[in-house]
Design a protein around this ligand. Structure first.
Ligand SMILES: Cc1cc2nc3c(=O)[nH]c(=O)nc-3n(C[C@H](O)[C@H](O)[C@H](O)COP(=O)(O)O)c2cc1C
Length: 209
């Protein structure tokens, strides 16, 4: 699909057709496409939990404002942002540095500099850690929605959830924040989709201070 069409056709779809499934191969494809999203220093501080089991979706719905789309959609992704993903010793940090050394983007001796740089911009305060996790996982989250639309699937992002409740119900370690849940499936064509929502204009978006 042409990029602008993907952008236009992606909508937060409230009603999913419970009769239409999403295959594991489709979910894998969507996640792999979204993994091309950019991230600070390529640290990719995101993970997803794929929820498709009926009982687990019911559990999730109870801690996410009782939103019906959670049980109606065939798949719900719990998108996680890793507040510790910038840190020396973290698997992804170490792999990232090793890959940069391999490609010549960094020298082995720059390890301490790299660890200090990521700590200073992502890991000095709780706000920085949260921003690091959520902005990067947010780019990944949008990429998931666009990747789904590109293969003809619909989605619905949700942050109406009790973060601590979801963490507890799914044994999610404390280092993660949950920027969004993402229901994925097929729009139920017997229902009416809201007309396209308003957007700020170019002039409202561009500012100078
Ligand atoms: C991070 C995020 C969280 C959202 N949370 C919810 C939610 O919990 N429940 C809901 O019904 N819609 C939720 N939405 C959907 C938005 O209301 C919707 O995307 C917006 O109104 C624009 O509509 P559109 O996506 O159809 O263009 C969320 C969207 C985003 C991006």
């Amino acid at each position: 699909m042409e990029f602008k069409e993907v952008m236009k056709q992606r909508r937060a779809v409230n009603f999913f057709d419970p009769a239409k499934d999403v295959t594991d191969a489709q979910i894998k494809d969507i996640i792999e496409t979204a993994s091309l999203a950019p991230s600070g220093f390529n640290l990719q501080p995101w993970q997803v939990i794929v929820v498709k089991d009926k009982a687990k979706k019911e559990t999730l719905r109870k801690v996410a404002w009782d939103q019906a789309k959670i049980t109606e959609a065939p798949i719900v992704l719990i998108v996680l942002g890793d507040r510790e993903g910038w840190k020396k010793g973290h698997n992804t940090f170490e792999r990232d540095f090793a890959e940069m050394v391999k490609t010549g983007a960094m020298k082995k001796e720059q390890y301490d500099w790299f660890a200090g740089a990521t700590k200073s911009i992502y890991g000095t305060t709780a706000d920085q850690k949260m921003a690091f996790a959520c902005k990067n996982a947010g780019f990944f989250g949008l990429s998931l929605m666009l990747a789904a639309k590109n293969v003809g699937l619909d989605s619905h992002p949700m942050d109406g959830l009790d973060v601590e409740g979801v963490k507890k119900a799914f044994n999610i370690p404390d280092q993660y924040w949950i920027p969004l849940l993402l229901a994925i499936g097929h729009f139920d064509k017997s229902k009416t989709l809201f007309p396209p929502k308003w957007r700020k204009s170019y002039n409202e978006i561009v500012v100078s201070f």
